[in-house]
Design a binder for this molecule. Structure first.
Ligand code: ZN
Ligand code: ZN
Length: 334
């Protein structure tokens, strides 16, 4: 049997995956080159589909996302297979003719194997967030929280925001049988989580659509904890009105709940003139302590979840041809 011929013209190497089934990938964009992982066999099916970097959104053919460690591993395994085949073929040619007669010469050939060739093993890195894309079902893992899906390029910000609102509601459920002090503190924390999740969500959308902004320098300064300021900034920068993402009077209700959070976070929960003037809430008098209830936070998470869907659509509809810097590549982690 000729082992070398049996190898054929192409040597296939199976790449090991980590315990969960993830395979590491690396963005080929030289300004990014960040690592992420995917589970092959999940996500989109088809020929010649591009792969997208979850961090910068760069598209390339899937092979370009192969990590250097994997290439080194595959080369070393292929070399090993080659050496094995040559060794076995030569081994089959061994012979040994013993000497004949009192002064005869014997002749033999013995094939010894040299030191084993070293396989360049690699280990996949541990990352921070595992995501299953809502759109194409690809399972992927990333540093940080927000990302583009490497298969369909759908951004996960809306998915992450809804997940956060689910956690807020679970937290509120836990408060039902607790004593009042502890329950109040957890409800306040849940309110804070609503506001900070919305802020993180809004900032991330601004970041990924920065190339569509009319004034890209403003993008990093947009703060979604203050809805009035966010409304003005989004209108000036992305040319749409945040208010229209809120149904009926939801904008005013959400504004008031955000101002409640401001009083709790910065004024020990004691109502001041600024709160009354800004929120128009006359159910409290100056100097009185705000009474935040679980129902307020549930209502806020519900209103924000609905608004978040519409805000996502508004960003998608932006006319990017009117931007300052068309086609600029996202700088991940900014
Ligand atoms: Zn990238
Ligand atoms: Zn996807």
């Amino acid at each position: 049997m000729n082992h070398l011929d049996n190898l054929g013209e192409i040597i296939s190497v199976r790449l090991p995956v980590d315990k969960v089934g993830f395979t590491g990938r690396m963005c080929p964009n030289l300004e990014c080159q960040k690592y992420f992982k995917i589970v092959f066999g999940t996500g989109l099916e088809g020929e010649d589909l591009p792969c997208y970097c979850p961090y910068c959104g760069n598209a390339a053919v899937p092979d370009e996302f192969t990590t250097d460690e994997k290439i080194d591993y595959a080369v070393s395994v292929a070399e090993q297979k080659l050496i094995d085949a040559v060794y076995k073929d030569l081994k089959a040619l061994e012979f040994d003719y013993p000497p004949k007669g009192p002064f005869g010469l014997g002749i033999s050939m013995k094939v010894e194997r040299m030191d084993p060739h070293l396989i360049q093993h690699y280990r996949e890195k541990k990352l921070e967030t595992d995501v299953t894309c809502k759109t194409c079902s690809l399972q992927y893992s990333i540093y940080g929280v927000f990302a583009f899906c490497p298969d369909c390029r759908e951004h996960n910000s809306l998915q992450i925001f809804h997940k956060n609102m689910e956690v807020v509601n679970n937290l509120i459920d836990l408060t039902e049988n607790l004593e009042e002090d502890l329950s109040t503190r957890l409800i306040e924390n849940a309110l804070e989580d609503c506001v900070s999740s919305f802020d993180g969500y809004g900032r991330e959308l601004c970041r990924i659509y920065a190339h569509c902004a009319s004034m890209s320098a403003n993008v990093k300064r947009i703060n979604f904890q203050n809805l009035d300021e966010a409304q003005v900034s989004v209108r000036n920068t992305f040319r749409f009105d945040l208010v229209r993402s809120f149904e009926n009077d939801a904008w005013f209700e959400v504004r008031r709940l955000f101002q409640m959070r401001h009083v709790i976070a910065h004024k020990m929960g004691v109502v001041d003139r600024e709160y009354i003037n800004r929120s128009g809430d006359t159910s409290f008098v100056e100097g009185q302590k705000l009474q935040l209830r679980a129902k307020h936070v549930r209502r806020l998470s519900d209103l924000l979840a609905r608004a978040a869907n519409k805000i996502y659509s508004e960003f998608k509809l932006i006319d990017c041809s009117r931007s300052e810097e068309p086609n600029s590549v996202l700088q991940s982690g900014d």
